[in-house]
Design a protein. Sequence first.
Length: 639
Amino acid sequence: MVTPRALILAIILLPVNAYWVTRMEVVRYAGHPTTISLFYNVVFLLAVLLGLNACVRRIHSRLALTPPELLTVYVMLALGSAVAGHDMIEVLTPILSHLHFYARPENGWSTEIIPHVPRWLIVTDQQALKEFYEGTGSLYTTRNWNAWLYPVLYWSAFLTVLAAMMLCINTLLRRQWTESERLSYPLVALPLEMVNERTELFRNRLFWAGVTLAATLEIWNGLAYLYPSLPILPIKRFGAMQDLNQFVTSPPWNAMGWTPIAIYPFGVALGMLLPVDLLFSVWFFAWVWRAERIATAAFGYGDIPGFPYVEAQSFGAYIGLAVFALYISRAHFIRIWQNLFRRTDLDDKDEPLPYRLAVAGLVVGTVGVYAFCRACGMSPAIILAFFLIYFTLAIAITRMRAELGPPAHDLHMAGPDSIIPAVRQSNQIGRADLAMFSLFYGFNRAYRSHPMPIQLEGMKMAERVGGRFRPLFWAMLLAVAVGALSAFWAMLDQNYRAGAAEKIAPPNVNLIFGSEPWNRMSGWIRSPSPPQQQFNTQVAIGVGFLFTFALNILRLRMSWFPFHPVGYAVSSSWSLSLLWLPLMCAWVLKLLILRYGGLQAYRHWLPLFLGIILGECIIGSCWTLIGIGLNMPTYAFWP
């Protein structure tokens, strides 16, 4: 699966892809491929490679890439996109620059925050920062290059260590989840079908009907965006019906909050890959969260800050998913543990790493992360709590993607950097710990582009095409390392050219991402949350955890039980607020197809929906490239 030419091609494309993603998500603020589970930019690049590969095959068949090689490039680009994406380096970069440049006497950062932040992890050179924000200089001057060099190297190495630890965890989980429990991995269906040489997909009329339908919609709306005289088709948030809440003005019903009305064709099509019970649960619980807010207003709890603590409930649900998944896999972990100390019949010669080496890698990674954090002044107990929570959330996201493939998973503002100060008074946490929470916000703001599930999905694709896991393990680790450096380069190059505070499209995420953690830290220092609010948050986490456990147990005992815990966990997120209606439409369609046509009818119609996904990915990507090439705003199909 992993060959030198596949690695070289991926390494060449990683900086190009990082530049494209940054241009879309930061400079233009249109497109946002890394905020959904299936990165459409990577699907587009795979489609381009397939087209070029077909041309090469006609000239010289031996020069053409094989399906395993194409999947290697796909997985590496997906990991590069995850690291470069909207919830990692796009957030981390402005955090590293914002503190020193925007420190003012009135915000008190110079005395309250800066003394507790390691200088070697951030940028302090005022001239370099001035040129970064104003766009009056170049990254490639000696001064600016030196100002960023060591922070970029330190953070790239740190993120690579985290990715290596994720790969070790996935090595320990892969056999249990893929072979014993036979999880379905819905999100690998499209790339596998695209590269399969024996597939009938590209000969299927329904597939091409889906591509044509999606492409027609995208082309029309793209032209209507450029020429307002053409009517735009309201398949996303356009026109008067973009938010249901604007029509509900009387209390307590107006407390339900933002409820967008949007029909994203790719969202409906992605939903057709998901189980019926998950589809039902996502839109059902999306309304349960709104019902909670309405009840809060009706019973007079609206004055309690944060009530009904949706983020805390969702956090508890994610932890519950991870704990339950690990619990039902306990026999597998016991065998691995026994194999560490004596030779057993557990065969791991074909795994990504031998289990002993995977465990050793986890230990070494843990020591490295601990040493890094201690060098930054963090306390041992906080380090342990932070990364225990972080990796538990990573396991939860990986499990839900492997089992059910939800089209998005946000968990905004509910990472360990937010939860720990919410359940423990911030004035009892050291300021060095709070400062590192603010820096770690760069990969904990949300978890839409998390690399760990992509790693396991890569292993699943390798299994399907008969590839070897161990070369892929190192290829994926290389992708994160090169991807991190590429992402930093793309962010710095484009922001120095445009000015991070100047020619960036509204709402200018550089200023938003850069200010959020430092303003939050000021709040922790000046206004610690009261004990009652901490208690309420703890109760909300417990409610989310126990409710998720209860749903899992009920599903084990009653096969007909319609409520899926993953639906409860993900339905409160920003992305699922946009996708609840498409997923409800998918639920209705899939239910009707299965009820009146059975599995055979579902398989018959599935190429139509795969075509819709691919058509939107290709034409949507083309519009972004046209906009970048002509330096003009263009239509974006998401969000």
